[in-house]
Design a protein around this ligand. Structure first.
Ligand code: PHB
Length: 404
């Protein structure tokens, strides 16, 4: 039997307790703007979900300068460049020299752990294992969402409601908030699918090279990334329906090695593989990133292929724009920045979409490709790596444009 909902009243109701939702919650709390975060998954699940780990300097600053944690500086690894490898040759792009910037390799689940700890330390209201079932009254001054407590032993009939001034959908790529409003309400989704996926592994092995290697090869793309001195993260392009059970460690190592082989004799350092996952991706944007008093942020509004390492950075950039708008709203009553939120955020979103698409198409090989396309992509890589302007263009995009 349906019960009367238990109501919480707050200023900003945030659906989604991943990095974007928690960072926004943290920033708002620092300004005394009370907020409630609900997240469907439990803490453990998110803490153990491996995702891309490159942070722009601005994203790092959002964690350190606002008092989340300095762990990103001590545990994270600062990187001064990337290695673009094609035709078996390495081309190192040195970011400090090109654009006076660096990036930091720090896994997204670590970012989550730090943010969740900071919210707990500061007495934030973050409710895990809370599944949102409805968003209501989005076009009024009191948008609401309803949720159920899905933790073990909770009463499944009990309904909770959060009433707020502003509702934020930061609930990831399968966003409930986004899907609750559709094209009938004046929204448009822009998307493309790719005919390939990434096979991701974690291995107990030493680093194979000081910088991340992005490799284009006739066999397809490979990315040699890292996690620590003893754990490495690597990916290779595979079919979207690839089955991890078909891949023994030996087969994986030989596939990865083929993709970085070259006359310089470069050899990957191998070790036991303890995690194998196929990652599908697409390019997606919802416009506008708002419906009434509900604002979308991060993956809820847009996703990019991982090749440009932009996902989390773009989410943090949204959070910065939205936080500025909310701070202005609560300090002056002006809605101007809230009105501008979607347009402001989308400018950066489309730049990142372009960069991620460009990196993806330049570095991957399509099984059905016209050989002209394959050769053209190599011509593009030659153009970028042989010109200082080309290198700077890539370096500027990879390390991140200034925040709005
Ligand atoms: C990662 O380390 O997981 C990673 C790094 C760079 C990317 C994507 C993923 O572009």
């Amino acid at each position: 039997m349906a019960e009367t909902p238990r109501v919480t009243r707050t200023k900003v109701g945030i659906v989604g307790g991943g990095p974007a939702g928690l960072l926004l919650s943290h920033l708002l709390a620092k300004q005394g703007i009370d907020n409630v975060v609900v997240e469907k998954r439990d803490h453990e699940t998110i803490a153990n979900t491996h995702r891309a780990g490159i942070l722009e300097q601005q994203a790092v600053r959002m964690l350190t300068d606002t008092g989340v944690d300095g762990r990103v500086l001590t545990v994270g690894d600062e990187h001064e460049g990337i290695d673009l490898r094609f035709k078996g040759e390495s081309h190192l792009l040195h970011f400090p020299e090109l654009v006076d910037a660096t990036v930091t390799l720090y896994a997204q689940n670590e970012v989550f752990v730090d943010l969740a700890a900071a919210r707990k330390r500061d007495g934030g209201d973050v409710r895990f294992e809370a599944e949102v079932t409805e968003v209501l009254d989005l076009e009024t001054d009191t948008p609401k969402f309803r949720y159920r407590d899905i933790s073990a032993g909770a009463n499944p009939d009990e309904v909770f409601e959060v009433h707020c001034d502003i509702l934020v959908g930061a609930d990831g790529s399968r966003s409930f908030c986004r899907r609750a409003v559709g094209s009938a309400q004046g929204h448009q989704d822009f998307k493309i699918e790719y005919p390939f996926a990434w096979f991701g592994i974690l291995t107990e092995a030493p680093k194979s090279s000081p910088e991340l290697i992005y490799a284009n090869s006739p066999e397809g793309f490979a990315l040699i990334s890292q996690r620590s001195e003893t754990v490495q993260r690597m990916y290779f392009q595979c079919a979207p329906d690839e089955n991890v059970d078909d891949w023994s460690d030996d087969r994986i190592w030989s596939e990865l090695q083929k993709r970085v082989d070259g006359p310089d004799g470069f050899q990957l350092k191998t070790g036991p593989i303890f995690d194998k996952t196929v990652l599908n991706f697409r390019s997606f944007v919802r416009e506008p990133m708002r419906h009434g008093n509900m604002f979308l942020a991060g993956d809820a509004a847009h996703t990019v292929p991982p090749t440009g390492a932009k996902g989390l950075n773009l989410a943090f950039a949204d959070v910065q724009v939205l936080f500025n708008a909310l701070e202005s709203f609560y300090s002056s009553g002006s809605r101007d920045l809230l009105e501008a939120y979607s347009d402001t955020a989308l400018k950066r979103v489309w730049k990142a979409q372009n960069f991620s698409y460009w990196m993806t198409s330049m570095l991957h090989t399509r099984a059905d490709a016209n050989p002209f396309e394959t050769k053209r992509a190599l011509g593009e890589l030659e153009t970028v790596t042989s010109s200082r302007y080309g290198q700077q263009y890539l370096a500027e995009s990879y390390t991140g444009w200034p925040h709005a």
